[in-house]
Design a protein around this ligand. Sequence first.
Ligand code: ARG
Length: 467
Amino acid sequence: MPTVWQRRFTKKIDRRILTFTSSVKDDERLIPYDIAASIAHVRMLRKQNIIKARDAVQLVRGLQRILREYKKQKLKLHEELEDVHMNIEQRLRAIIGKQAGQLHTARSRNDLIATDLRLYSRDLIISMVKSISEVQTAILENARDTVGLVVPGYTHMQHAQPIFWSFFMLSHFFKLQRDIECFGDTLKRVDESPLGSVACAGTCHPIDPACTARFLQCSRFFDNALAAVADRDYLAESMFFCTQITLHIATLAEDIIILSTREFNIIELEEKIATGSSIMPHKKNPDVCELLRAKTGNAIGNLVSVLTILKGLPSSYNRDLQEIKSVFFRQADATIECLKIAVLVVESIQLTKSDWADKENMICATDIVDYAVKQGYSFRTAYSSITQCVRKSRGDVDVFITLCAEDLGIEQKIIRHMLKPKHSVMSKRSPGSTSLKETQRALKRAQLLLRKNETRIEKWRKYTRIF
Ligand code: ARG
């Protein structure tokens, strides 16, 4: 089955070149979007009186039939037809005959692929936001179930200050919320129809790209045909945000790996997500978290790959752009998978029991400084004497208490009380802090954000009307 442009040449194209240039294998998932774009185009052509009503009906019916065939996995794709666009046009010809030839009036594969990718990206962003909020839901559930539990908070991987576990989990929740906001912003830029830019210069036919955009539920159409056929900025941007998500998930995974070691012993992973060793009988490994951590490496590689393809391209459509598709799809799938797996991981976190928070601990040394400040010492004076007490006590809490009491003239009983991690977290009061009140406020805020995300997804439901 020769492709349409073959007549331009006297010699048949080399089979290997055909295979090399064909994008059929990557294109498949674009079929529903390609058909939606074609139907919108036909309806616009009809509205503008560029094609006859009878022909428009036939074209739309034919396209709808192809969509049904695709859904039933009955649509056969031919590599030699180069891409999904030519496959659909060819199939349409087989179904309705030569009227199929009108489909490509005032359009090109250049504006068509640009449209398909935007429609696909719009749906992808919605799935992404849904998947992120599933992880957030699991995190919030965990944070709610564990209110009141105190754990060490770290900076530089060293004991810093005690925090509530819920506060720690919520830190991951709010990070993911940033990803949702990022994708929400990207969607605003994706939501533009390039259909009608044609090859690169527009057309002499009286088309109405604004009308095509409306049929595709896009909020606007392109400003410049030449720029529109080449624009893949939204793909690069989406790839960056996919990378950012995997970075966020990797930090969560890394935290879980560390906190579940025997040395930290703060959490344990349920057996259904743990892995064992083929030689060491005692092992319970967090391989799943390690793989989540590694996925960021692939994501960064994919992002760089897309940016490098885009770098230095001349204006307008160039075939290099085709090469972005497979990388983009690969990253899209991988990111969604990461998020689905992250839900399982979060659901399987169990906290180990410990009376750590009720025992005096140097991790609360800052609390003594703050207490001294309240007693009238300047911060730097209090900090200096307590720092010296830390040095002299060589890590012995009892010695530390005695030294502090002597230096600052504070009762030992008070210092002892303040060195309890539980007291430390309870004493916090600043907004956004780990205090119980603030953590409870953050839990409510997180719930509110989840609802806000749902409303947002609901609003985006209009995009499904194009099918
Ligand atoms: N298959 C191409 C792509 O995915 C679209 C077709 C444009 N081809 C062309 N020769 N102008 O980017």
